[in-house]
Design a protein. Structure first.
Length: 289
């Protein structure tokens, strides 16, 4: 879906957007020299009315997108129209107010409109870019597959560590228990690794990317004295190397999914704020202007 939004229907909504922009400029330039351009001319009212209709129609997408197909067209077509026609609003609104801004409700409505458009542009960016990154990150594995493999690796690590001395077993158990995926909002957003481990003679240490426990296992191999322990340590190194990769992919997936949703945290409230400011703007123009 995502890659087809901008090119949907031969970019017909891009042509509609171009037509609206050209028409808006033509209407704006018809204002007589004796009457400076403003939102109070018939041209200004016309451009303002067009802007209001576009804002109301574009806001409707939040409801419309819950149905993938109706007689009025596909979701992809609606989103394509939403993107292209939404990008005409800065031009139409600027021409409507004739580049006149101030500390008032009218400029507030304009600022909120621009904030909604910018948040929507970021939403378009993440929906075009991040789904492909999610697919690449999974490497043909679902999240359940990743978690199942992680559980299997953990059991393998415990079995191998059980054949080693108590220091190795304790280090491995602590590394498994204190490996983290998720965490705080910023940890998820930035895919931070807050994993820790408790190592002999060092205590509690940072274990990002499983590096501390891996280094500990590497250091133990030359000093091992128990039969077969060296091979178990090498098996543990393979396990923790793979664990580090899987945990990194899980953190990256959470980060990408959060970024896919985060823009709506701003876009939706800003849209409601815009509608409220738009109502106040219209009421002020028609009753108090």
């Amino acid at each position: 879906m995502y890659q087809g939004i901008l090119g949907h229907g031969g970019r017909r909504y891009a042509w509609w957007a171009a037509f609206l922009i050209v028409t808006s400029f033509a209407v704006y330039w018809t204002q007589a020299a004796s009457e400076p351009p403003s939102g109070g001319t018939w041209q200004g009212y016309g451009l303002g009315g067009l802007g209001v209709l576009l804002i109301l129609w574009l806001s409707w997408l939040g409801i419309r997108k819950r149905s993938y197909r109706r007689a009025s067209g596909t979701l992809r077509g609606w989103v394509s129209a939403h993107v292209y026609l939404g990008l005409t609003l800065p031009v139409i609104a600027t021409l409507h107010c004739a580049f006149q801004f101030g500390l008032n409700i009218h400029t507030l409505a304009y600022a909120l409109m621009m904030a909604v458009i910018l948040s929507g542009a970021y939403g378009l960016y993440v929906y075009l870019r991040f789904p492909n990154r999610l697919v690449a990150n999974r490497e043909d594995q679902s999240r359940d597959d990743l978690l199942a493999e992680l559980d299997s690796l953990d059991q393998t690590a415990l079995d191998a560590a059980g054949q080693c001395d108590d220091g190795v077993y304790g280090a491995v158990c602590s590394a498994l228990e204190m490996s983290t995926v998720g965490g705080s909002f910023m940890d998820q957003l930035l895919a931070r690794d807050r994993s820790r481990a408790r190592l002999p003679e060092r205590g509690l240490v940072d274990n990002a990317q499983q590096r501390a426990v891996i280094d500990h296992l590497v250091e133990r191999i030359p000093d091992t004295s128990r039969g077969g322990e060296a091979e178990n340590l090498r098996a543990l190194l393979r396990v923790f190397g793979r664990r580090a990769e899987l945990l990194k992919r899980l953190r990256r997936e959470l980060s990408l999914e959060l970024r896919l949703k985060l823009w709506l945290v701003f876009h939706v409230p800003l849209t409601f704020a815009l509608l409220a400011a738009l109502i106040a703007h219209v009421v002020a123009v028609f009753f108090y202007w």
